[in-house]
Every structure is written in C-alpha cells, then in structure tokens.
Write a protein that binds this ligand. Structure first.
Ligand SMILES: NC(=O)c1ccc[n+]([C@@H]2O[C@H](COP(=O)([O-])OP(=O)(O)OC[C@H]3O[C@@H](n4cnc5c(N)ncnc54)[C@H](OP(=O)(O)O)[C@@H]3O)[C@@H](O)[C@H]2O)c1
Length: 252
C-alpha cells in the first residue's frame, strides 16, 4: 500500500491511461478524484471504491472549473497530495490544413490545462505538507512525439514538448515548497489514443520495427510507473521525463 492515506487528483481519469492510473492508485490505497467532462463508465469503479473515489465534472481548460475541482478534493478528502495532469486530446492534421480551432483546442487542453491544474494544487499541497510533513507530487503526461517529428502531429507534439519544459520549470519553482514535478512520457499503449494505432495495420507495421519490445504497451505499465512517481520511492526523482515506451527508437 504505497499510497495509503494519500489523495490523488487525476485529470482525464475516466478512461484510457488515466483510468489505468486511477485503478493502480486505488489498489495502492489512495483516495482518487477523477476529473473529466463526462463520467463515462466510472460507475463500476465507484461501486468498488465508493468511499475512496470521487468523480468531479471538470474542464481543465476552464480556470473556474479547475478551482472548483481543487475545492471538491479538499472538502471530500481533506487535501491533495498528488496531481496527475493526464487529460489530453489529439487533433491530427498536416499544418497546411490544420484549423485554428483544432490548434487552440489541443494547446488549451494539453498545455493550458496542465498550467491551470498545477497552479490550483500548490496551495493545498503546501497546506498538506505543513500538516503531515509529506511533500506533494505532480506527474505530467507527455508523449513519445514530444521529441520526435511525426507528420500530422504538429499541434499535439508541440503541446507535449511544451509540457516537458513546463515540467522542468515547475520542478525548479516548486522544489522549495517540497513538491516534486516529473513527466511520464508514454509510447504507444494499447488503450485510449494508442488503440487507433493498433487497429491501423499500415501504421502499426511502420512503428513495430522501431519498438525494441516489439509490442504495444499495457495500460498497467503506465499505472505502475505513475505509482512509482507518486510514492516515496521516487523521492530523489525531480524534473525528469520518464519514458515508458518499450524502447522506441528515433528512426526505423
Ligand atoms: N494512449 C496512448 O497510447 C498515449 C500515448 C502517448 C501519450 N498519451 C497521453 O496520455 C494521456 C491520456 O491519453 P488516452 O490515450 O488515455 O486518451 P483518451 O482515452 O482519449 O482519454 C482522454 C481523457 O482526457 C479527458 N479530457 C479530454 N479533454 C478534457 C478537458 N478539457 N477537461 C477534462 N478532461 C478532459 C477525457 O474525458 P472527457 O472527454 O469526458 O473530458 C478522457 O478522460 C493524454 O495526455 C495523451 O496525450 C497517450
């Protein structure tokens, strides 16, 4: 029970990788606030962990909505120890045809959302540290395309590269407050956005040769890394980008 007594806020925790991280955190004893716009199939998880799971309707692009999320977490579980900035969208399109709406939606969700949620938890994390002596943990979720060029992913990869830089700056600014900030960079995972790759034979063939593991990642492998970054086991890890991508090479 590496997260016993801890409260984690996971944005985009209703499905995909966020859901896998929520399940992993619950299994390690944490209370979890799942934040997304729609509840989807969170009911089953809520039935199993009713007293330790809260779904809070949240739009991470909206400052007021994010502020309400933090208030709900503090009122329900008494504080916030861990924030996972996982909510994300991908709007693919070559630059020549990419709409401003798709560009703005991608940046607002993947980057501004990370900024708003990070800013909102600083106060509660500092208060928690004063009360318990345990510092906060922030885990941002980027992507293997943050540092690799992928045709059609200009908005998405630019937003994720920015998240990695935001991680380093946040780690430097928040270290004096006892908060560590790290980034989890997934490769192609057999869940959420990654499932589309697996179902597209041509795309999968072109990526398989670049994967040292030769397979897609499992959602549980993302959950296990997130638990490590959220727990005291990672006490000397700060400002890092942890790649969980099965050994994805830069070129085939
Ligand atoms: N799956 C992969 O292979 C992979 C690889 C690399 C990186 N990633 C990253 O991992 C994260 C999760 O991806 P995923 O594949 O699990 O995606 P997903 O299945 O599409 O889930 C995205 C989650 O984000 C939430 N979300 C989207 N916009 C939101 C908003 N404005 N406010 C609050 N919540 C919002 C969604 O809920 P609502 O729509 O109801 O709000 C949903 O819960 C993303 O940051 C993604 O970039 C995934």
């Amino acid at each position: 029970m590496r997260l016993d007594g801890q409260t984690a806020v996971i944005t985009g925790g209703t499905r995909g990788l966020g859901r896998a991280m929520a399940e992993a955190f619950l299994a390690e004893g944490a209370s979890v606030v799942v934040a997304a716009r729609n509840p989807y199939d969170i009911k089953e998880l809520a039935d199993d962990h009713g007293d330790r799971l809260l779904f809070h309707p949240t739009d991470v692009t909206d400052e007021t909505s994010v502020a309400e999320l933090t208030v709900a977490a503090v009122e329900t579980f008494g504080g916030v120890d861990v924030l996972v900035n996982n909510a994300g969208v991908s709007r693919d399109g070559r630059i020549a045809r990419l709409s401003v709406t798709d560009w703005n939606t991608t940046l607002a969700t993947n980057l501004t959302g990370v900024f708003l949620c990070t800013r909102a938890v600083i106060g509660p994390m500092v208060a928690r540290r004063e009360a318990t002596g345990v510092g906060g943990r922030i885990i941002n979720v980027s992507s293997c395309v943050a540092g690799r060029a992928a045709v059609g992913a200009a908005a998405y990869s630019a937003s994720k590269a920015a998240v990695e830089m935001f991680t380093r700056t946040s780690a430097a600014e928040l270290a004096p407050k006892g908060i560590t900030v790290n980034c989890l960079s997934p490769g192609y995972i057999d869940e959420g956005m990654g499932k589309e790759l697996a179902s597209n034979d041509r795309a999968w063939e072109s990526y398989r040769g670049r994967l040292l593991s030769g397979r897609l990642g499992r959602p549980s492998e993302i959950g296990a890394t997130a638990v490590f970054l959220a727990s005291q086991d990672s006490s000397y890890v700060n400002g890092s980008v942890v790649e969980v991508n099965g050994g994805l090479m830069w070129a085939a």
